[in-house]
Design a protein around this ligand. Sequence first.
Ligand SMILES: *Cc1c(COP(=O)(O)O)cnc(C)c1O
Length: 364
Amino acid sequence: MTDRPKPLPQLAGVNAYVPGEAPKYTGGPSYKLASNENPLGASPKAKAVHVEMAGKLDIYPDGTAKDLKAAIAKKHGLDPNRLVVGAGSDEIFLMLGRAYLGPGDESICTAHAFAIYAIIAQQQGSTVVEVAEKSFTADVDAILAAVTPRTKIVWLANPNNPTGTYLPYDEVKRLHAGLPSNVLLVLDGAYAEFVRKNDYASGIELASQFENVMMTRTFSKLYGLAGLRVGWGYAPAHIVDAIERVRMPFNVNLAAQAVAIAALEDEAFVEASLAHNDRELVRLAGELRALGLDVIDGVGNFCVAKFPETKGKTAAEALAYMKERGVTVRGLGGYKMPNHLRVSVGTVEANNAALKLLKEFLGK
Ligand SMILES: *Cc1c(COP(=O)(O)O)cnc(C)c1O
């Protein structure tokens, strides 16, 4: 065989990301509860700005995203010079990987961490060290015990996806305090806004104070802009500088920048979204428990339920049963949780449809 172009050897070990499945069309209503999207959609004000942007498609975006950074800084009381924006927070993780990870380096994530961290670390030819969790929750001592002279990054989604669990801020501070100063702690706050716990904080304060902490947020979940791809991060100046060196010049597109600003400013929509999640998360978890399922106490916008291993009642069979009937939820086999399913908080109708199907499936 003639010689062919060969991709970098480390790519052989990369398991490409598997996104949540779109619902199957059944003729009746169908619902996607598989990607933690906002069930109320996006802010009407944000949508109006998106329509307006159709008139400007010929113009390059502002590569520095000055107005978007100003809006984020104002909203959260931050220094705009320490902000970075990305095409989703995924792109921020990618830029961190490009800036900090290479062959021979290690980064640490927990056993059921968000998949993107490992994908990026492997793409860079670096090694991912997975540490055990306790009750599906990050274990600070286990993370600290895994640090070696090769460790460059500790990735922590807080709350985590897909487990939905979180570390109280004291524990995050203890984690940070135990890390060598050359190890970057990445605090992924994709679900930060949903958390209603007095002992929780996203880590803005740590990122403001220390040279080795970055906190990230996204417009994909609470703000309902998953399709537009906007995320942001807050970090010390030297990390912002490193990211600027790997960032593509126009990484956040023109419409995304303008629409994200409008979304940030629409407080009524955000409040309605949070109020909906508060109500439906509790209801969904309660109803899943009432079906006899073991539910992990999550604080995001999704519930994780454990299914029996008896044939006919398994998570894989429940997933297929629901999909066939128009509701997709997320199977967690890829997250080493093959007996669990993750159900995003949907509209009342969507949640009812999911619960009804599960009730039928379980024969309750
Ligand atoms: C959804 C999610 C994100 C957000 O990704 P975007 O690229 O901003 O859409 C980040 N981290 C976690 C843990 C998530 O679940």
